[in-house]
Design a protein around this ligand. Structure first.
Ligand SMILES: Nc1ncnc2c1ncn2[C@@H]1O[C@H](COP(=O)(O)OP(=O)(O)O)[C@@H](O)[C@H]1O
Ligand SMILES: [Mg+2]
Length: 506
């Protein structure tokens, strides 16, 4: 029996077409895998079903009846619950308070003594993480435990339809097993589950069928219980990637030289990075790819002096570095452009000018040497280079679009003539037009003699501008793909550890 059906869901964010034609059928007591490359619209489709995002058009049917889901309150009433990719827990509250948040049992007792709520939390934690203290503050938990609490929270609402958005990306194997036991139990009770994951082995283990999204459109459904299981990898990959001819772009001409800018030797951070060694040359753009959370960000953080290594060496040109902080790395000309620019890269309520000149202000002794006129001149020059719109340096960064904010982060470093630029998913959530402007700036910087290490969750970007790509899996570099062999399909297959013949390589 079909319990939930979505038809022709559409959602635009400004100019970004996040979802063009999202369709999905969910049968009672089954697990439906929702698959697709990064940015294909999985989260958007789920959020629409959860009422967190409202669709521009399209229909949703529950038990065959058309419904309007206008808020998460509506969806909860209909028995729909979602576990978010970016967790929605409150760090300052305890585990049990978080689990009960939003569906507290009404009673007149004091909140802190609310025995029912604590029992309820214990019950939902029982299968997933029985040892976890419900009184512990969520802020003190590991990311895996936070993920488990987030799942427990969803379960405690006793949903009829549960949406899990990449629930396993921060979990260890044993925890994944527990989650799957729980999913099986729920299935038996008639709960229907939408399971989003990039990990094909997991998908094949737990899902009854999969629905695949590509560029915001549902492109097909595959029944995993019917066909010969060996054929599933190929047919799923085919739907995810589409075997159209890969586009070649103007950025492809390499500016790489022979001169090594940075060499990393056996970098290790316990549980996060395992013996990562590679070289990056002057003028070269090296991409970093892989499934979410395989150590890509940690590698960038380690190279930027932000995360301490347990062992390993970083050599800049022919000098071994000993950075204690990002400040030391910046002094050596190694700078990072983070994805979360609001948190890590900008002072949002300051002017464009102050943000652009911030690194200069930080340099000892120069803080008071800038006249307004000089500062304005420098800012103007940078603004031209990054084609900031609007091109007014007095504007508060707050008032710029996301893409233009990211240009300010880049501009900030342009004036420092860095040796190595570490890009940490810099164009996430940025519209296509600004994104291609950013790529053009990166390419120009490489051709001006900088080395660029570029982690992106968008394969197309890497295909467009990387000279080669390192693919990471569980903290190690597992494959290096040269520029000539680079394609979206190749990157997805490598990230999933499926080789060219469709055979899994682990
Ligand atoms: N709030 C938002 N504002 C602008 N663009 C967004 C927003 N949310 C998602 N997008 C864009 O919509 C597309 C689909 O995103 P998403 O649904 O998160 O994909 P997935 O979960 O499959 O990776 C992406 O290009 C993403 O950058
Ligand atoms: Mg997503």
């Amino acid at each position: 029996m079909i319990i939930l059906e979505a038809k022709g869901l559409k959602k635009n964010y400004g100019g970004v077409k996040a979802l063009k034609d999202g369709c999905l059928k969910l049968e009672k007591g089954t697990v439906c895998g929702l698959l697709g490359a990064n940015g294909s619209g999985k989260t958007t489709l789920s959020k629409i079903l959860d009422g967190l995002v409202s669709a521009d058009s399209g229909d949703i049917f529950l038990y065959g009846k058309k419904v309007n889901i206008r808020s998460t309150k509506d969806s909860k009433k209909m028995g729909i619950c979602m576990v978010h990719q970016n967790l929605s827990l409150v760090d300052q509250m305890s585990v049990w308070e978080n689990i009960n948040l939003g569906h507290e049992k009404k009673n007149w007792k004091v909140w802190l003594n609310n025995k029912n709520s604590i029992d309820n939390a214990r019950k939902s934690l029982d299968v997933l993480c029985p040892g976890l203290d419900p009184f512990k503050k969520v802020g003190a938990l590991s990311s895996a435990d936070k993920q488990l609490v987030e799942i427990a929270k969803a379960i405690s609402a006793d949903p009829k339809i549960l949406i899990l958005d990449e629930p396993t990306s921060s979990l260890k194997f044993a925890q994944v097993d527990k989650l799957f036991i729980l999913i099986d139990e729920m299935k038996k009770r008639g709960v229907s589950i939408i399971f989003i994951s990039h990990r094909l082995p997991e998908v094949k283990r737990i899902c009854d069928y999969v629905t695949v999204l590509r560029n915001g459109q549902t492109v097909g459904e595959i029944n995993l219980r019917e066909m010969d299981s060996d054929k599933h990898d190929d047919s799923i990959l085919y739907l995810i990637t589409d075997k159209k001819i890969e586009r070649k772009s103007d950025y492809k001409k390499s500016c790489a030289t022979e001169e090594v800018m940075l060499e990393s030797k056996n970098l290790c951070i316990r549980g996060l990075l395992k013996n990562v060694s590679f070289k990056i040359r002057k003028g070269e753009i090296v991409g970093i790819s892989g499934l979410q959370g395989q150590g890509q960000e940690e590698l960038i953080f380690a190279l930027s002096g932000f995360m301490r290594l347990d062992s390993g060496e970083i050599w800049l040109k022919d000098k071994r570095t000993n950075w204690k902080s990002t400040k030391d790395a910046v002094a050596d000309g190694v700078v990072m452009v983070p994805g979360d620019k609001q948190k890590e890269g900008l002072f949002m309520d300051h002017s464009v000018l102050n943000n652009l000149l911030y690194p200069d202000y930080c340099k000892k002794g120069t803080r008071f040497l800038f006249s307004e006129k000089v500062a304005g001149k420098i800012a103007k020059r940078i603004i031209q280079k990054i084609s900031l719109t609007p091109d007014d340096y007095n504007l508060q960064v707050n008032n710029l679009s996301g893409g233009n904010q990211q240009k300010v982060v880049l501009g900030k470093w342009l004036n420092q003539s860095p040796n190595l630029l570490l890009l940490c998913d810099p164009s996430k959530g940025i519209d296509i037009e600004t994104r291609s402007e950013l790529l053009a700036i990166f390419k120009q910087m490489a051709c001006d003699g900088k080395a660029i290490l570029f982690f992106s969750s968008d394969n197309e970007e890497l295909v467009d501008i990387a000279d080669r790509v390192l693919v990471m899996f569980e903290g190690s570099i597992v494959e290096e793909i040269p520029g000539e062999g680079l394609s979206n399909n190749r990157l997805i297959a490598s990230s999933l550890r499926v080789n060219k013949n469709g055979k899994k390589s682990f």
